[in-house]
Design a protein around this ligand. Structure first.
Ligand code: 3HC
Ligand code: NAI
Length: 698
């Protein structure tokens, strides 16, 4: 089927665009649209042209897959300019999500009518680019510089009503029938004698005044703090600011130049990789055949940090929750935590008191396990201890129905072993939420040996309902995320014992773009958790494994981080953010002496190289063992759960971008000093030999 169809109804020409799933503006759409418009413009009988995309949505933007490739087709900006220059009225009839290039096409039309379900936006910034088909110039003309910059810097979707009141659209239709809406509106405009109205000539909302300069300065100031590592937000502001001083045609050329700079930037590659990786995560074998079961009632065992967060995530998605705790005191504590979180949301105007009360009505807590008998899904979040977990699952096996799904939120433990204590292990799965679970997007879905396809499908469905980003993981110690974290954490301990300062390490990681340094993360999660894990693993440690005792010395002093007001950093009301605990350097010195190590100096590059190498090292092993099915899944885990910058694509994409040969060379160099920790992974060697990258495995 042709991507562009058109028909003529009396004096109105109707253009229909069909490019499923979201009518992205591919080369074929651009070629067809330009040709159709040029032909229709020659037909003197036609008084108005209506542009529609009748299926799922009006054009959701340029075809992202084409970025960075050489494509033989007119650029979208040229088509927008052509549409705007027509001497017949052009109406864009919108519905769904006219985003990016889609909204740019709509803004180059002379009038815009939108179905009530419409949300418009210019989300290019989320892909590391700027609106490159006139968007940075036409949007301010329609809604003013303030709103336009806000929309372009956040990428937010603006609902029809707000789009109408701000001038982005001209009318909201009564229903979602985009073809009829467009035709009727065009007929009305013709009948009432309206003329083409080029957006480029609208001037009343933009002016190069002192007031506008101040406004732009305000945006620059915010951008320098909020988007300090990013390229495209600053390019967006520049395009708007410089555009105000140029005539429209020059401003469009300037926008194009900045757009091309963004396209060339590695940030664009990283962000677009993240966009597709976050959609490829659900393409897993189990979902092809598995059928999700319907969930209504959820049971949560444990009301600590995770149990309370998961309960809120479940209630926010509309599930009824019963929580089980050990005693009344723990119940009261859990309830107080949940209530205070919702109270804060009310205070911040994120929800109303009525919504809070309605949500809290879905929650109850008890010490009585038998109340779980009508539940469809149980999520266990008790202490990280195999015996405690098994005891809970034995009880659940007796109380719950045989098809109630039983999930564990364990961070490291073997889900196969947990599943071994129930009669029907096909319904046992790991659901590894991240803290705070009501906020963090990542959900590792841990598929055990006997987990059924239906159970996996149900877990992915649950993630969708909870608006989480699910990633499938196999069973191993720490699954995808924590296993990789453990590797680079130990790698960084080695470096610190060799002479690096933990505060320098953290700074390098933050400068790279990560949300937090690794020692900050330890302080946030609680140093005691890692300490317990190290003790658990101590009996299995090989005698030749290098073991750094610095973190144990820190924990022995009771310094567990934020919760004890002291860890690697100091905390408290009058303490500045990121104030190092001065005693840490003393401990490091003592430990280096004890281990007989002469401290070396490390520069930023050496620290970053080792940090990345350790991640990629373990990521590669995880791929060889099929714990992660594809490299992009590892990227999704790190960008959604571990603060790795999305604009770097994730550790595996970043490795591809800097070159796997370089990473392998570093690993080979490190392995000369510590072959047990750094044996070069075979998969990495093979990829380098074959001149391939991780992307070839996606
Ligand atoms: N190009 C290519 N493919 C796209 C696409 C695009 N712009 N937008 C979505 N898709 C694909 C997705 O990859 C997915 O493919 P899959 O089924 O094979 O995984 C499919 O369309 C459906 O997408 P979603 O799963 O995201 O569907 P939702 O219904 O959840 O969301 C949406 C729909 C809101 C349109 C969302 O897909 C979205 O936000 N898309 C990106 C919109 C965007 O960023 N537009 C600007 C592009 S850049 C641009 O226009 C430059 C211009 O200024 C020159
Ligand atoms: P926590 O110590 O804050 O809470 C555990 C709760 O379980 C306590 O309130 C305790 O009273 C309760 N509990 C213990 N045994 C119970 C039983 N038999 N019946 C009912 N309640 C019982 O621990 P946290 O941090 O919430 O961790 C829970 C689980 O989640 C662990 O497996 C942990 O590894 C995992 N996890 C923790 C993360 C974190 O950042 N804290 C992140 C992801 C997973």
């Amino acid at each position: 089927m042709s991507v562009i169809k058109h028909k003529i109804i009396e004096e109105i020409a109707l253009i229909e665009i069909y490019n499923p799933p979201v009518n992205a503006i591919s080369a074929a759409v651009r070629v067809g649209l330009l040709e159709t418009i040029e032909n229709l413009s020659l037909n003197e009988k036609i008084r108005a042209i209506v542009i529609t995309a009748p299926e799922r949505t009006f054009l959701a933007g340029a075809d992202i897959k084409e970025f960075g490739k050489k494509v033989d087709a007119p650029i979208l900006g040229k088509i927008c300019d052509k549409i705007e220059s027509l001497n017949k009225i052009v109406v864009a009839s919108l519905h769904g999500t006219p985003l990016g290039g889609g909204l740019e096409v709509a803004m180059s039309a002379h009038y815009r009518i939108a179905a009530p379900n419409t949300k418009v936006g210019l989300p290019e910034v989320l892909l590391g680019i700027l609106p490159g088909a006139g968007g940075t110039q036409r949007l301010p003309r329609l809604c003013g510089v303030d709103m336009a910059l806000d929309m372009m810097l956040t990428g937010k979707h603006v609902p029809a009503k707000e789009a109408l009141s701000s001038g982005i659209i001209d009318e909201i239709a009564k229903n979602n029938n985009t073809i009829d809406n467009g035709i009727e509106y065009a007929k009305k405009l013709v009948k009432e004698g309206f003329r083409p109205r080029p957006t480029s000539q609208i001037q009343n909302k933009i002016s190069d005044t002192e007031e506008t300069s101040e406004l732009i300065l305000k945006f620059k100031d915010t951008a320098s703090k909020k988007y300090k590592n990013l390229f495209s937000p600053h390019a967006i502001i520049r395009s708007v600011e410089e555009g105000l001083k140029l005539d429209f045609a020059e401003a469009i050329l300037n926008e194009r130049k900045l757009f091309e700079e963004c396209i060339e930037s590695p940030q664009r590659q990283g962000l677009i990789h993240s966009f597709f990786a976050e959609r490829a995560n659900t393409k897993i074998p189990e979902l092809k055949e598995g059928k999700p079961i319907e969930l209504n009632k959820i049971g949560i065992i444990g009301g600590g940090t995770m149990g309370t967060g998961i309960s809120m995530a479940a209630m926010n998605a509309g599930f009824n929750v019963i929580m089980i705790e050990q005693n009344d005191e723990a119940i009261q504590k859990a309830k107080a935590k949940i209530t205070s979180t919702y109270d804060r949301s009310v205070k911040l105007n994120r929800i109303t008191t009525e919504q809070k009360n309605k949500t809290m009505d879905m929650f109850s807590a008890t010490t009585n396990f038998s109340e779980l008998k009508d539940r469809d899904l149980i999520i266990e979040a008790v202490f990280e201890n195999m015996d405690v977990k098994k005891e809970v699952f034995v009880k659940l096996n007796q109380i719950c129905s045989q098809d109630c799904i039983l999930a564990s939120n364990t961070s490291y433990l073997n889900v196969n072993e947990i599943a071994s204590v129930v009669d029907n292990p096909s319904r046992v799965i790991g659901l590894h939420f991240f803290s705070p679970a009501n906020i963090m997007k990542l959900l590792e879905v841990v598929v055990a040996e006997k987990t059924s396809k239906d159970t996996v499908s149900t877990a992915f469905n649950l993630a969708k309902q909870m608006r989480k980003v699910p990633v499938r993981s196999g069973v191993c110690d720490g699954f995808i995320g924590n296993r990789i974290l453990s590797k680079y954490l130990v790698g960084m301990y080695h470096m610190v014992e060799d002479g690096a300062s933990p505060f320098h390490v953290d700074k390098v990681i933050r400068d790279f773009g990560c949300a937090m340094g690794i020692f900050q993360v330890i302080d946030l999660a609680g140093g005691d958790i890692g300490w317990a894990t190290r003790k658990r693993k101590a009996p299995f440690r090989h005698k030749d494994d290098r073991y750094v005792q610095i973190p144990d010395r820190v924990c022995e002093r009771g310094w567990f981080g934020q919760k004890t007001s002291k860890g690697y950093y100091l905390y408290g009301e009058n303490v500045d953010f990121l104030t190092p605990n001065p005693e840490i350097e003393v401990i490091c010195e003592q430990e280096r002496k004890r281990a007989g190590i002469t401290p070396k100096k490390f520069d930023d590059k050496e620290i970053l190289d080792k940090y990345i190498a350790a991640m990629v090292y373990e990521g590669t092993k995880i791929l060889s063992e099929q714990i992660a099915l594809k490299p992009s899944d590892i990227d999704v885990v790190f960008t959604n759960g571990y603060g790795f910058p999305k604009w770097r694509g994730g550790p595996m994409k970043y490795a591809d971008m800097i070159g796997l040969d370089k990473i392998l060379k570093n690993i080979q160099k490190y392995s000369e000093e510590d072959p047990r920790f750094w044996t070069p992974p075979k998969l990495l060697e093979d990829l380098v030999k074959q001149n391939k990258n991780f992307d070839s495995l996606n």
